[in-house]
Design a protein around this ligand. Structure first.
Ligand code: ADP
Ligand code: MG
Length: 325
């Protein structure tokens, strides 16, 4: 089982940022309103995620770190995946390759419980003191698989990838307060945004007000597929390709088709060595998209890829034309 978990970890956990993604998604699934992420050495030596979500009862804490033990998947749910986690692979994978400690307090419990898994060896659950919600600590990522450790980039690069993941999840969840801190970085806080303009407020927090001032709202629909968000004007661009944010049914994705459609939309209005800046949300019937392509879940497969491509290219070109580009 430990060997299987180590292999699965290779699929799910590539780097500190993958751990942060899995842990923050778990916190979101637990209904957290506040999530705090803390790292050291770009997340290589420490990743800590604290949430104020529902918590885990003591007897379920031991199960949570077992393979394929998820509280989230029901039989006819496979094509209608609302919660972010649905494989029950993240925690056992992390426990197989790092030092994992989970401390959690569920409302039905008189006190918290804590559980440790280090290189697959389990310890606990034992009574602990914790105010509420869940705290997960991951230390020394890949200490149990030194070969994988060598593939990590510099602390700075890994730390930047962590920042990128938190920004994406923060954009997807404007009503949740996020804090990102650590000995390796300055503290960033995104206050909870609410009301009708919550998304705009969060976009301004994450992307900066200069982006919002140099972007136009997008809202287009084709055959039940909706595209909305903010597209930076062609005059507002970056020299790198890290500023294009896509979300499909509320989950952050990094998808080749979407990126290529975006390049197509900007092709005639943007200099060739420049990159657009955009935050775009696609909403469609969950049966029209497969988010289950890869365990890391960043890729998606659309049933009608041409429709989605046409919507992006058409929708954005209309916005640029109206803005005089
Ligand atoms: P998945 O998210 O796919 O279900 P995980 O391995 O990420 O699998 O988590 C296993 C289980 O542990 C979850 O289904 C959930 O019941 C519980 N869990 C994990 N993290 C949290 C958290 N922060 N708050 C509450 N429950 C959690
Ligand atoms: Mg999960």
């Amino acid at each position: 089982d430990h060997a299987i978990n180590q292999i699965a970890a290779g699929e799910v956990i590539e780097r500190p940022a993958s751990v942060v993604k899995e842990l923050v998604e778990n916190a979101l699934d637990a209904g957290a309103a506040r999530i705090a992420v803390s790292t050291a050495a770009g997340g290589k030596t420490l990743i800590r995620v604290d949430d104020d979500g529902c918590g885990i009862p003591g007897e379920q804490l031991a199960l949570a770190v077992e393979r394929h033990c998820t509280s989230k998947l029901s039989e006819d749910d496979l094509f209608d995946i609302r919660s972010l986690g649905f494989r029950g692979e993240a925690l056992p994978s992390i426990g197989a390759i790092a030092r994992l400690a989970m401390t959690s307090r569920h409302a039905t419990e008189p006190h918290a419980w804590t559980m440790r898994v280090e290189g697959g060896r389990k310890d606990g659950p034992a009574p602990a003191s914790h105010a509420g919600g869940t705290q997960v600590e991951v230390r020394d990522l890949f200490f149990a698989t030194p070969a994988r450790l060598k593939f990590l980039k510099s602390d700075r690069a890994e730390g930047a990838a962590v920042t990128d993941v938190v920004r994406r999840l923060a954009l997807a969840n404007p009503s949740v307060r996020f804090e990102l801190s650590g000995s390796d970085r300055q503290t960033t806080t995104y206050a909870a945004a609410s009301g009708e303009r919550a998304l705009e407020a969060r976009i301004a927090q994450v992307m900066g007000t200069d982006f919002v001032e140099n972007a136009r709202p997008v809202d287009a629909e084709r055959e039940g597929v909706r595209l909305h968000g903010l597209a930076g004007l062609p005059t507002f661009h970056k020299a790198n390709s890290l500023s294009q944010f896509f979300f499909v049914n509320g989950r952050p994705v990094r998808d080749k088709l979407l990126m290529s459609a975006l390049r197509g939309a900007y092709a005639d209005v943007l200099a060739r060595d420049r990159h657009p800046v955009s935050v775009l949300f696609i909403e469609l019937d969950p049966r029209q998209v497969d988010v289950n392509v890869h365990p890391a879940k960043a890729d998606v497969r659309f049933r009608d890829a041409q429709l989605v491509r046409g919507l992006i290219v058409g929708g954005l070109r209309q916005v640029f034309a109206e803005a005089g580009h």
